[in-house]
Design a protein around this ligand. Structure first.
Ligand SMILES: C[S@@+](CC[C@H](N)C(=O)[O-])C[C@H]1O[C@@H](n2cnc3c(N)ncnc32)[C@H](O)[C@@H]1O
Length: 242
């Protein structure tokens, strides 16, 4: 939504203008400059100065104006974007795959601040890191691939977040978590779903199901009504709320 603001236009001699700048201590918008004058605008009145004119302008919300911008090796981001930095290594999870993106979207919908999270099949750790960026409490990330565990440890450090990364299977875990996220595949769910269902207290986010057949088979395994099914590029994500 656009907001309306008043714009105050002033004109001063250069010397008075620089004196004014020192006193004002904030940025101003310079409209034009000549040898004998500086014309500038403020978005508030300034006591003791008479404006040349005052008019209303529409100010666009920052989300519309301030966009992420790449400058060489730098990425300049607005503060509402949460960066997840991933090394291109040997583990799955650059964030480009539809199943990962499904999970990233569903985590934003369901994860509450302070919740504990178990990320099963963490790969690069991308989902575990995203959970931390969403202000999760304790996050445990597990994978059966030791290289993935190494990548997860590396990426957690790179993102300055604290994640426990274990070389483990779901059946090794003896605790429960508020939320579980598992981006696996149907064949793995056939073995692991009974264990996975015991590992979360509130929300389970499952992904890695390709096409309607996988989805149907997964729902049969689940045996209960999911809270949400989300599709992206013929991949499905399923949310279970306990
Ligand atoms: C599709 S990748 C998901 C990576 C990342 N979580 C993402 O969403 O982009 C699946 C990961 O699960 C791991 N995995 C496969 N079977 C597993 C199991 N039974 N227990 C734990 N991890 C498993 C694989 O090694 C792989 O790293």
């Amino acid at each position: 939504m656009t907001q309306k603001h008043k714009k105050y236009v002033y004109r001063l001699e250069p010397e008075s203008f620089y004196q004014f700048l020192l006193e004002y201590g904030k940025g101003v918008e310079i409209l034009s400059e000549g040898e004998s004058f500086v014309e500038f605008a403020l978005y508030e009145p300034y006591e003791g100065l008479e404006p040349l004119e005052v008019f209303e302008v529409e100010v666009l919300p920052p989300e519309k104006v301030f966009r992420a911008r790449r400058v060489g090796k730098f990425m300049v981001l607005p503060s509402w974007i949460k960066p997840v930095v991933i090394r291109q290594g040997v583990a799955f999870g650059t964030g480009l795959h539809a199943t990962t993106r499904l999970c990233l979207g569903l985590l934003q919908e369901y994860l509450q601040e302070g919740w504990s999270v178990l990320d099963v099949g963490t790969g690069t750790g991308i989902l575990a890191i995203a959970c931390k960026k969403l202000r999760a409490g304790r996050v445990l990330a597990i994978d059966i691939d030791p290289l993935a565990v190494q990548e997860c440890v590396h990426n957690a450090k790179e993102n300055c977040v604290e994640i426990e990364c274990w070389h483990a299977k779901p059946e090794d875990i003896r605790e429960t978590f508020d939320l579980l996220v598992a981006n696996l595949e149907l064949e793995i769910f056939k073995r692991e779903l009974p264990y996975l269902m015991k590992l979360f207290r509130r929300v389970g986010v499952f992904s890695g199901l390709y096409g309607k057949e996988d989805l149907r088979a997964f729902l049969d395994l689940l045996g209960l009504r999911p809270a949400k099914i989300k599709r992206l590029e013929n991949w499905y994500g399923v949310v279970v709320v306990q």
